[in-house]
Design a protein around this ligand. Structure first.
Ligand code: AMP
Ligand code: MN
Ligand code: MN
Ligand code: MN
Length: 278
């Protein structure tokens, strides 16, 4: 029996587990193929390559992945790259570029928040991110710890989520650039969690068409915490645009009870699984 989970995070981005802890949990949950897809970094895979002996396991196959931040019509969208060569020039370029953007972005967000009367959050967020890519979840956590908001959810709802003052998405590279990096690294480009972008069906179809035009090969038909019916809707999109289907929990943290590692809705039968391309 195989069980795929092609979207997951570690401490190297906004996940809470170390690479070893994530892999151990995956094995415990019966996942046989796990893609580690941190935001804009491949540090987890570098760590694994450096400690091959320590992490060797015949129970699980680790797929090299990344979740790259992109923009479409000024809206933040995420593209997962699967089966990438982490030593390729393209991935190195992508990571350097995105890391720089993340560092600049946290300062821009901080500035916007100070204009709203908040203290500077740059250092606090950077400290929480540690060796990992800094992101809005670190800002939200810092704001919570400083008593500036009552929950991480509130930080997103009021200040950091889509369309709010701290949502700065127009800095990210476009779909073409991101897909090009992934392809140059020998990987497969997958549109992450398509149902999570707040847009009309018509607009979503345009995003799908543009993603296909950019060379995107697959979409996540089954994601964690997805409402019933979405998988079937996305299966129809795959049929229309010729996309392969990916599955992934987008696991970040074992304390988030609504997303479990290896858990997502059943893949509709008509779909061509993305692992046929591996
Ligand atoms: P960033 O990578 O800095 O743009 O932050 C995006 C990340 O924030 C996503 O990958 C999620 O992990 C997290 N996130 C997005 N929306 C929310 C929300 N409403 N509540 C908590 N976390 C969120
Ligand atoms: Mn995340
Ligand atoms: Mn994402
Ligand atoms: Mn993710």
């Amino acid at each position: 029996m195989t069980k795929y989970d092609l979207h997951s995070h570690t401490k190297y981005s906004d996940g809470s587990l170390s690479v070893t802890e994530l892999i151990e949990l995956a094995i415990e949950r019966g996942v046989t193929h796990l893609a580690i897809t941190d935001h804009d970094t491949v540090k987890a895979h570098i760590q694994l390559a450096e400690n091959k002996a320590a992490f060797a396991s015949d129970k699980i196959c680790i797929i090299k992945g990344i979740e790259l931040s992109s923009q479409w019509n000024n809206m933040g969208v995420h593209i997962v790259g699967l089966n990438i060569d982490i030593n390729s020039a393209a991935i190195k370029t992508a990571v350097v570029h995105q890391t720089q953007l993340r560092l600049e972005r946290v300062k821009t967000i901080s500035k916007k928040l100070t204009q709203r009367g908040f203290p500077d959050i740059t250092q606090g967020a950077m400290t929480l991110a540690g060796e990992g890519q800094v992101g809005r979840p670190h800002i939200a956590q810092h704001m919570l710890e400083e008593g500036l908001v009552s929950s991480v959810g509130q930080a997103f709802n009021k200040y950091l989520g889509a369309g709010k003052v701290g949502d700065i998405s127009n800095v990210w590279p476009d779909l073409e650039q991101v897909v090009e990096w992934i392809h140059a690294a020998g990987g497969i480009a997958v549109l992450a969690h398509p149902s999570r972008y707040k847009m009309t069906r018509t607009k979503r179809r345009r995003l799908m068409a543009d993603f296909a035009d950019a060379g995107g090969q697959a979409i996540e038909v089954c994601a964690g915490n997805q409402v019933p019916g979405v998988a079937e809707e996305m299966a129809a999109v795959c049929d229309e645009f010729g996309f392969y289907a990916s599955v992934g929990s987008d696991f970040h943290n074992p304390d988030y009870r609504w997303v479990k590692l290896g858990q997502y809705p059943k893949l509709p039968k008509a779909c061509k699984p993305v692992w046929e391309l591996f």
